[in-house]
Ligand binder design. Structure first.
Ligand code: PAF
Length: 282
């Protein structure tokens, strides 16, 4: 496995591999890799001859008040995990190698990105679409693997690929959870001990909603109440949003449609202001 820092070198290797008939898989990440990312690399390995993992904390998807500066950067450990899971290339560029100082071109998706996280992070998906499009141009992948934990990101990127006729198949990997249900996330590292102890209640709340839907509940307000009850009015939780959306378009539903609805939440843990997202298909 080799680590490449320069975009032009990465693109050259990718173009050569494609010309030689090799199938390329790209796993875009922001590093600080955990078992969730490992599962994406494993899927990539099964689907391609050459597996590239990009490790890049993308500045354009963070708003000025967000955690860009403190986002954990752990390249050595990331390289180890990538090697253990059979990646061929780690692409770890510097921000100024990716974006020219006067970069003025962005990719904007205007439907799936509007609700949920997009409502609270209005420039986030513009940054994600731009960097993923840019990474596709460098990596020349046949397939790219993303995690279902970022369900809205998946919907937005699928729409981008469809709308722009980008010849990349998007593979979606299931959410990987800790034994107690907490969805794996690089941001879990920010949690205080007290927050970490109760954070699995978010997953428990989503499961309770799924259970209620299977028993006939279709009312969104009722579903929200069931979710909030699972958080036990604990002041360590502050729900930013609880929404029932169409699982493909992410548009808000006034009533749950069994099997077609995604229940998505964003919750602040109030001690450290860590924002956790999670979702479940009901
Ligand atoms: O999901 C992420 O880690 C990021 O949003 C991505 C897709 C790597 C783009 O920076």
């Amino acid at each position: 496995m080799e680590t490449i820092h320069l975009p032009e070198e990465f693109q050259k290797i990718a173009l050569k591999a494609r010309a030689a008939g090799k199938k390329i898989a790209l796993v875009p990440t922001m590093g600080n890799l955990h078992d969730g990312h490992a599962s994406l690399i494993d899927i990539a390995r099964k689907n391609a001859d050459l597996v590239a993992v990009s490790v890049f904390v993308n500045p354009t998807q963070f708003a000025p008040n967000e955690d860009y500066d403190k986002y954990p950067r752990t390249l050595k450990a990331d390289e180890k995990l990538c090697a253990e899971h059979g990646a061929d290339i780690v692409f770890a560029p510097a921000p100024d190698a990716i974006y020219a100082k006067d970069a003025s071109t962005f990719v904007v998706e205007n439907a799936c990105s509007q609700g949920l996280c997009g409502r609270y992070r209005p420039t986030h998906f513009r940054g994600v679409c731009t960097v993923v499009n840019l990474l596709f141009n460098l990596a020349q992948p046949n397939v790219a693997v993303f995690g279902q934990k970022d369900a809205q990101q998946v919907a937005v990127l699928k729409r981008m690929v469809r709308d722009l006729h980008i010849p990349v198949e998007i593979i979606v990997a299931p959410i990987v959870r800790e034994g107690d249900g907490l969805a794996l996330s690089s941001r879990n590292k920010y949690l205080s001990a007290r927050e970490r102890a109760v954070a699995p209640q978010i997953c428990a709340g989503l499961n309770a909603v799924k259970c209620a839907v299977s028993e006939g509940v279709v009312d969104v307000a009722k579903a929200r109440k069931i979710f909030e009850e699972a958080l036990h009015a604990n002041p360590l939780f502050e729900t930013q949003y609880f929404e029932c959306v169409d699982a493909t378009t992410m548009s808000q539903l006034s009533e749950i449609v069994p099997r077609e609805t995604l229940v998505a939440v964003a919750v602040f843990m109030t001690e450290t202001r860590t924002r956790l997202i999670d979702n479940i298909r009901v």
